[in-house]
Design a binder for this molecule. Sequence first.
Ligand code: PLP
Length: 534
Amino acid sequence: MTPTSDLRDAAVADPPRADPPSAVAPPAPVPADALSGGPRGADALEPLLRTVLGALAEGAVRRGGPIAAGRPAELAGLVAREFDAPGGEDALHRLTELLAHGSADPADPSCAAHLHCPPLAVAVAADLAVSALNPSQDSWDQAPAATSLETLLLEELAQLVGYDPAEAAGVLTSGGTESNLMGLMLARDRVLGRATSGRIELGGVPGWKLDGTPRPRIFASEAAHFSVRRAAALLGLGEEAVVTVPVDSTLRMDPEALAAALDTAVRRGELPVAVAATAGTTDTGAIDPLRECAALADRHGAWLHVDAAYGGGALLSDRLAPLLDGIALADSVSLDWHKLGWQPAAAGVFLVRRAETYASLARRAAYLNPADDEEAGYPSLLGLSLRTTRRADAFKIAVTLRTLGRAGLGRLVDTCHDLARSAAETARAHPQLEPHCEPVLTAFVFRYLPEDPRLAGRADAIDTINARLRRGLLRAGRAVVGRTELPGDGPGRVRLKLTLLNPHTTPADVAGLLATVVTAGRAEEEALLRGEAQ
Ligand SMILES: *Cc1c(COP(=O)(O)O)cnc(C)c1O
């Protein structure tokens, strides 16, 4: 039953009201300074912002490190207490202080687990303006300036990728997950649509098991982001449509294996719909051989999507940009400015090389983008996005680019790349630290090796020690270090990871963080041996 019919039924069941409507008490007046916009918006915000800034500082002091010490249940208890406390004017202060106390702060040099960047203050300030004005990118009359700004920003980013901005198109997304879904959706509609002479977005995915049409396939490496598989599932192709291509020890796709996998599929009568290459794997930052991927996709009539959610940041750096050679050949690209771009989330970007390949997503909604409005010069971004209401996430990126320039952002990228290299150097010099491979971008994968000869070579024990030492560091509030596993089977695959995205971190900070890992590793090693002796 819908809420509306609920109300209707209740009205019928109730006895007739005695009081005429005029006797109902009027609502309490809305405070005159309740809103963030309008001529009084700035005045309304100012004292609240002072409260927020004060509480952020207090919370950081209470935390006293990269993360609050304690087990998850302890922090959850604290949150539940504050959440259930009586409300009122101090809720903003209390809950902001709690949020700061209970956050993992990527601006702390010992918080280096994920592609979780410390945002630039200027980007956060720009994002505040967006929150205050609340433009929505689904129609011009909700976002006149922000619509133009997003279009101009996308042209600039298309140029950065090497696309012809006059031919390209794109949109801001929630991140790599959404961008990967969009790339594979357009690939499905175009390649599978052509092969079956149908419009997939209208008629749906043909049932290859039933009607004998070729089975659609997507090719991605073992180290591709899990969102590629999830996209295949959402798109009605199924996760098993993704053919997993082997990688080398740095987690870079093996181009010969890709060629062989494509040939095998074609021999079986299957349809290569897309090659999803990764430019910057989440763990090691490895960049798939983009030119070879492009040539192979082209030979088989497949779409090339490049997931550059992480590695796209290399385009900002003169030193690292050559690693992405060939990205301009992609049919579509994912970039994430909330990783190597130092933006508060979300700041995802999706681009296609040729605007006409976007056709299957176009939608007309009479109340948002009527044709006569568009003909009269009122542009609409509605047909470029999977979403309807959409924040103006382009604004903070535009402000950041105009403030720091590509060169300024490139220096941040290079600084973090240097940090990763210094981490590798420090680890190489330490007998208890084993680097996995040379850092490609700003991530460094390694593990702790036990000192005690009784544990040497015991892959399961080494996995346990590494997994436990990371949780121990979290519990102590000492460090937030990443944990991953290398592809393959069996024990011996657990690795630790530093994802270095803080340009204020120094090589000495990184060395200190690795020393903390070693100390924690020794303690876990001894605890394990003690446990086994009992
Ligand atoms: C982070 C990441 C994603 C997912 O992006 P979100 O912005 O978290 O949705 C996809 N691919 C790669 C390679 C990533 O590193």
